[in-house]
Design a protein around this ligand. Structure first.
Ligand code: CA
Ligand code: CA
Ligand code: ZN
Length: 367
């Protein structure tokens, strides 16, 4: 069955019972519909009894004790609010194989913005960023799939000091010649609310030399590719969503199509785009990790706060060596009970995100 077929399930082929949806080929594409079926009291949460009904249909042969059901709830209750939300259900469905009670993880390496402008160009990294290129090349083939993320801006972009200084985007401040690394406030437009934006020198312009990946970075035809910051009026630090989550880059769907459960993030820069990608990855229910020695920061002083924010969101912080060891041990299939007893407890990434996105919008705060 082609992946496209699964993503474009039209309403006439969707099985109507929760059980048959669970037993269909790729149940995670039906996450929202499955969620509705089991959310009997329609409060947008799966409580213990609703989850128990789902478990019974997902694993027809198995008997679950009260204790198993509690464990199941705890394993996927990332925000620890005592019930399962739709993204938490998604995390379960990614791991779940109909007709089997074994769980197998699938890994992706997300290589973030290893582009000329961030290494030797207009936003040249102060810490010899080219050093990570052979390190990434060395580990990439250990992952089940690789995704290359590109910062990919139009020539006039709201994060460019040149564009904003030239009055190309409405801002709250008086337009003047802004130096890079000055924060400004972008006025709301029909796409997104008012929010603050840090200014950078023009960088990673689409199809420019600075936008290309470092010449030595191994990029293969079969690698997934994601382009972010492509709209003029909004910046995107994360490879999953833009800065106020007004737009999804499509990465979640791409990874789900591949059956990915665990995402490992590396590249440039640790304290901004790598961090933001890992936090969003955790938020949409992937097991997320940052590989520290395959990444470089913009400012070394940000590393400790970055580590703290990632830890609070349940994102792992690993060296290449630790990441490879983890992948190796993850190749073993686990029974559902083994998986559940190992599942880490993490705190939902959303709160950390509102800190990351700082003075953003009332819109973001309401979410
Ligand atoms: Ca409910
Ligand atoms: Ca929850
Ligand atoms: Zn950018």
């Amino acid at each position: 069955m082609g992946c496209n077929e699964s993503t474009q399930v039209s309403s006439d082929v969707v099985p109507d019972s929760g059980k048959s949806m669970l037993q269909s080929g790729k149940p995670h594409f039906l996450a929202e519909k499955i969620f509705e079926k089991y959310d009997h009291n329609q409060n947008g949460l799966l409580e213990a009894s609703e989850l128990a009904a789902l478990m019974k249909d997902a694993f027809p042969g198995e008997t679950f004790t009260e204790q198993d059901q509690q464990l199941m709830l705890q394993s996927f209750d990332f925000d620890q609010n005592g019930s399962i939300g739709v993204n938490e259900l998604r995390a379960f469905l990614r791991l779940y194989v109909p007709g089997q009670s074994m769980i197998k993880t699938k890994t992706a390496l997300i290589i973030i913005d290893v582009q000329n402008d961030f290494i030797t160009g207009t936003l040249a990294n102060p810490y010899k960023a080219a050093e990570i290129v052979p390190i990434i090349n060395n580990i990439r083939d250990k992952f089940d799939c690789v995704c290359i993320s590109y910062d990919w801006h139009p020539f006039e972009h709201c994060s460019f000091a040149e564009s904003v200084s030239a009055g190309k985007f409405p801002i709250k401040e008086k337009v003047e010649k802004f130096a890079p690394f000055t924060p400004i406030t972008l006025v709301a437009d029909k796409d997104r609310p008012e929010h603050s934006q840090m200014l950078y020198p023009r960088h990673a312009v689409m199809d420019s030399e600075g936008g290309k990946c470092h010449a030595d970075l191994v990029v293969k035809d079969q690698d997934l590719r994601v382009y972010k910051g492509t709209k003029p009026n909004i910046d995107s630090y994360s490879a999953f969503f833009d800065n106020i989550k007004a737009n999804d880059t499509g990465l979640t769907a791409m990874l789900e199509k591949e059956g990915v459960t665990d995402v490992y993030c590396c590249g440039l820069v640790t304290d901004i785009c790598v961090k933001s990608t890992a936090l969003h990855g955790a938020e949409v229910g992937f097991n997320a990790y940052v590989i520290e020695d395959a990444s470089k920061p913009l400012d070394q002083n940000n590393i400790e706060p970055t580590k703290k924010a990632l830890a609070e969101a349940g994102v792992g912080w690993l060296t290449c060596k630790e990441a490879l060891a983890k992948i190796e041990s993850g190749k073993k299939e686990l029974t559902l009970r083994e998986y559940m007893s190992q599942a880490k407890k993490s705190v939902y990434a959303k709160r950390v995100h509102s800190e990351l996105e700082g003075t953003l919008s009332s819109h973001a705060a309401k979410k």
